[in-house]
Write a protein that binds this ligand. Structure first.
Ligand code: GLC
Length: 717
């Protein structure tokens, strides 16, 4: 959409270029500035002061919402900015605005791009009701380290899935909701050493191009309007000051035609990095690298005029930046109709939106363990006592996840309320046991209350405030009080169904053989309770596949499926001492990328390959049969993994190259088939050429990245 092959965007760029020609330098620099109008500085009696802040000094606002409020600012802006250029407001509409959708990590576990698109579309539409024109989403960082709290905002650890979801989200925000999207955080922000937020990384160009850039490329190809430069450094150069990243690669290689906005104050922070000696140097390096719009503050207004006068920044570069920003404003229509309205924008929390949220949530859940106790079919549990306990069971805002809008936490469907409706003929015995507000906990009393139940549904997890930005952890265990309470519950001798709500994988290792079932619900959003009951009752047979590996122990992080072999891979020979392993923990994940159980079972048979040779320009087809061998209808996502055995650089043990998600009735079979071409095998090699290298390849069609299924081999000539 925001690409020069789109005639509408081309026309917008032409109109913008015409306007730029008439603008003064001061007026142009105003368009490169974003202010945050802090609630407590906005005082209607002081609109002049406020107007002063806005007047002629910014082209975009951060987190300003509300039609009347924005129109007041717009009036000031039109009166006071040179050339009367309208402003727009950008917000973090990450996974919902009034109707909170599941967190992006959860959405990616559906493996269904349409679900991601629909959730982005609803979020964007609800945001336009309050005049929002731009969202700082989707976040497309590759999330390999669960210690980093922002994995919650990501589409998981795999570039293939993250690329599909990036495209879907961009289209949802831009084509369905009509607001600007923003691919963030460019780039490799998630590779932060130690999983510690804002930390830097050392990264080869091969890893950058093969793993971390593909989702950005997918979003750019889908027409993303903006990209956000990240806080972190790569190899000693902060991204928000890196010409290599923001111009040479982003524009030169990935072909980005929109505009770049800095992450919050990241240009100013070039000084903290020790990369800029003062504010003016930071502006020279940030803007010089390619940061078009400064989030946040006055540095560009303060220093760019002098830098241009000194010839250190060219006015042509400024013209190019302003043209891209004005083109986006033309595309939004705000240049022609500057005042915002909620007319015709639909409502909030409509039945349709709630249904989209509920459907997304139930499809995002990952069933990790089930000894057969699930589903708890209401008719079979009539007259029985179902215990319900734990902090997540009756808590509204934690299950909304990070970046949840503050609009309507009260509208969240609680698990407790939904279960009381879903099991009218059972006795729901509710007691919190432990609470996020520790002072309200009553574990001993609760164990007494629950000991006569026929089953206990224990809803545990981390609070939403424990994931998202600046929430890195060294320990991924459940909170200590929840672990102790769970031990008490297990000691009752009553089957325990463990539900876990979190923004990241937490350590489940000690519950695997104690809980009768483990259902990972991530942060499901507004329709939490209904989605949980859809799954617990068996109305919906869970099919989510985790898109991020679950470690056995925190010390394993980062742990991810497309890792390297090493010279001493663990190949299962007992007592083999010298191999790449831990002496106190298994080397692989507890649950691998792509893993997720169902209430039914699936069998993979008759795997075959069309040829053991792929000629240059040719293809091979890999297929197998998947059969539903259980008693419930269910969905399965069969995944194709490929290993490039020998390369000019070492290659991952396997890479996801495709998946096919389908529904099967009991006894029904489906023939899964994938056709591979050279393009699927290409990578950035030792010489930084994007090629498929000749040699042997091993394929598997499997239920997850760790499953042992028949291997199929072919050689690329
Ligand atoms: C934050 C986040 C970024 C967000 C921006 C604006 O620091 O890093 O994801 O979009 O600032 O709120």
């Amino acid at each position: 959409m925001y690409t020069l092959d789109n005639p509408k965007y081309k026309e917008a760029r032409r109109r913008a270029a015409d306007l730029v020609k008439k603008m003064s330098l001061k007026s142009k620099i105003v368009q490169l500035t974003m202010f945050m109008v802090d609630e407590n500085t906005y005082n209607p009696e002081h609109v002049e002061e406020d107007g002063e802040m806005l007047a002629g000094r910014c082209g975009t606002l951060l987190a300003a919402t509300g039609i009347d409020r924005l129109n007041k600012y717009q009036k000031t802006s039109l009166e006071c900015t040179p050339d009367s250029i309208p402003l727009i407001s950008g917000c973090d509409v990450i996974h919902g605005y009034a109707t909170t959708m599941p967190i992006p990590l959860a959405l990616s576990c559906t493996l269904e791009p349409k679900i991601v698109r629909d959730c982005s579309a609803v979020a964007g539409k609800e945001a336009t009701v309050e005049g929002v024109s731009w969202t700082f989403a989707p976040m497309v960082d590759i999330a390999r380290d669960a210690r980093w709290g922002r994995v919650a905002e990501s589409f998981g650890e795999d570039k293939y899935v993250a690329s599909k979801m990036a495209e879907a989200s961009v289209r949802g925000f831009q084509e369905d909701a009509g607001i600007l999207s923003c691919l963030k955080h460019y780039v490799a922000y998630s590779a932060c050493e130690g999983g510690r937020d804002y930390n830097g990384c050392e990264m080869s160009d091969q890893t950058l191009f093969n793993t971390f850039l593909p989702p950005f490329k997918a979003g750019i190809d889908a027409g993303a309007a903006t990209v956000m430069s990240s806080f972190n450094e790569i190899n000693g150069v902060p991204c928000s000051g890196s010409r290599k990243m923001l111009t040479d690669i982003l524009r030169g290689v990935l072909g980005f035609d929109g505009f770049v906005v800095s992450d919050y104050d990241s240009v100013n922070e070039l000084q903290n990095h020790g990369y800029a000696k003062d504010e003016k140097d930071a502006v020279l390096k940030g803007y010089g690298a390619g940061v078009d719009v400064l989030m946040l503050g006055n540095l560009y207004n303060r220093h760019l005029p002098a830098l241009v006068a000194e010839g250190k920044i060219s006015e042509e570069q400024i013209d190019a930046s302003v043209e891209r920003i004005l083109a986006a404003k033309y595309m939004l229509g705000v240049m022609d109709e500057p005042f915002f309205t909620s007319e015709g924008k639909g409502g909030w929390l409509t039945e349709e939106y709630r249904e989209i949220a509920r459907n997304a949530a139930k499809r995002s859940f990952v069933l990790l363990e089930n000894d057969g106790i699930l589903p708890l079919i209401p008719s079979e549990w009539a007259g029985k006592k179902i215990g319900l306990t734990g902090p997540v069971s009756n808590e509204g805002d934690s299950v909304l996840g990070c970046w949840a809008s503050a609009k309507n936490p009260a509208k969240t469907v609680l698990i407790k309320d939904a279960m009381e409706k879903a099991y009218p003929d059972s006795e729901i015995v509710f007691t919190n046991g432990v609470c996020f507000k520790r002072e309200h906990s009553n574990p001993e009393e609760s164990l007494e209350i629950l000991k006569d139940c026929d089953v206990i549904v224990a809803c545990m997890g981390e609070h939403a405030r424990e994931s998202g930005e600046a929430t890195s952890k060294t320990c991924l265990d459940l909170p200590r009080d929840q672990i102790e309470y769970l031990k008490g519950l297990f000691s009752l001798g009553v089957p325990v169904v463990l539900l876990v709500s979190a923004g990241r994988p937490l350590i489940m290792t000690d519950f695997v053989n104690r809980a009768a079932a483990i259902l990972y619900i991530w942060d499901p959003g507004t329709e939490c309770g209904n989605a949980v009951c859809d799954v617990l009752t068996g109305d919906y047979n869970p099919a989510g596949k985790t898109t991020i590996s679950f470690p056995h122990r925190s010390g394993q992080c980062p742990v991810y499926y497309d890792h390297k072999m090493t010279g001493r891979p663990t190949i299962g020979i007992p007592n083999r001492t010298f191999e790449s392993k831990y002496i106190d923990c298994p080397v692989g994940p507890l649950y691998p990328f792509g893993y997720g159980k169902s209430y039914t079972t699936f069998e993979y048979t008759d795997a075959e390959i069309s040829s053991d040779t792929m000629e240059r320009g040719g293809s091979v087809t890999v297929s197998c049969t998947v059969t539903n061998t259980g008693k419930y209808a269910g969905e399965e996502a069969a995944q194709l993994y490929v290993r490039d055995v020998v390369g000019s650089i070492t290659r991952p043990v396997c890479e996801l190259k495709g998946y096919d998600k389908f529904c099967l009735e009991p006894g029904e079979s489906h023939r899964v088939s994938f056709t591979l071409t050279e393009d699927d095998l290409a990578f950035w090699n030792a010489d930084m050429e994007y090629v498929a290298e000749s040699g042997d390849f091993i394929c598997r069609i499997a239920p997850d990245s760790g499953a042992e299924v028949k291997k199929l081999k072919f050689t690329l000539e």
